[in-house]
Write a protein that binds this ligand. Structure first.
Ligand SMILES: N[C@@H](CCC(=O)N[C@@H](CS)C(=O)NCC(=O)O)C(=O)O
Length: 213
């Protein structure tokens, strides 16, 4: 019997990549969109699932798991029929792990500092934290653009894999920044390719998104 799967996220938030993969891979799931402005992610019933009070959380057979990148890896692992993880022992697998961890531990925290600049060193240092975050995000896009130009069309080479949903989500987050990801030539083509997937349209409908369509 297929595992029951409930995704807690918010429109456009870090669960977007997980939601997108679930749709793209045709994995049965239930979506629960939380209202972050109303603090639903800080309510006791949600904190019991994710004590960090962040989205996303995926509840698989009544067991909660969190961290977006971990959820992508887990789903790709548990759904081999979706072919979203490279073959074991391949060069593509090494790139898959490298970029998933790299994006989750460097680019995603830089976005956290961009969107929540007071967290790094208080309100008085927020402007500087935001500036440093911008520089780090742009440097990461430089590296990703060069990687895709040399080894694309997807992050792991010829075939799409779970990390592509993470990479594209992070690029989407830059849409209102001074230099959005679409400014890089190879990233721009990559984004267009990812957005052309039918699952992207379904994702937008289900999360009620319009920006960057
Ligand atoms: N490393 C976490 C980051 C999650 C995260 O920062 N989520 C944001 C939305 S994009 C959130 O829940 N923000 C609400 C808050 O910080 O109160 C993950 O990948 O799941």
């Amino acid at each position: 019997m297929a595992a029951s799967c409930v995704l807690y996220t918010a429109p456009g938030a870090a669960g977007l990549c997980v939601h997108w993969l679930l749709i793209d891979a045709g994995i049965a799931h239930e979506l629960r969109l939380l209202d972050l402005a109303a603090g639903q992610h800080k309510a006791p019933d949600y904190l019991a699932l994710n004590p960090n009070g962040l989205v996303p959380t995926l509840v698989i057979d009544a067991q909660p798991v969190y961290e977006a990148a971990a959820l992508l890896l887990l789903l790709a692992e548990r759904h081999p029929e979706a072919a979203l993880r490279p073959a074991r022992g391949s060069r593509a697998e090494a790139l898959y792990l490298q970029w998933t961890l790299q994006l989750a531990t460097t680019l995603m925290p830089a976005f956290r500092n961009w969107f929540y600049p007071h967290e790094a060193a208080g309100e008085e240092a927020a402007a500087r934290a935001k500036e440093v975050a911008r520089l780090r995000i742009e440097a990461a896009f430089d590296r990703l653009d060069a990687h895709l130009a040399a080894h694309g069309p997807y992050v792991c080479g010829e075939a799409i894999s779970a990390v592509d949903f993470l990479a594209t989500m992070l690029m989407r987050w830059s849409r209102n920044m001074p230099k959005p990801a679409t400014s890089w030539p190879t990233l721009s083509g990559y984004i267009a390719r990812m957005k052309a997937r039918p699952s992207f349209t379904v994702l937008y409908e289900r999360e009620g998104l319009t920006e960057w369509a």
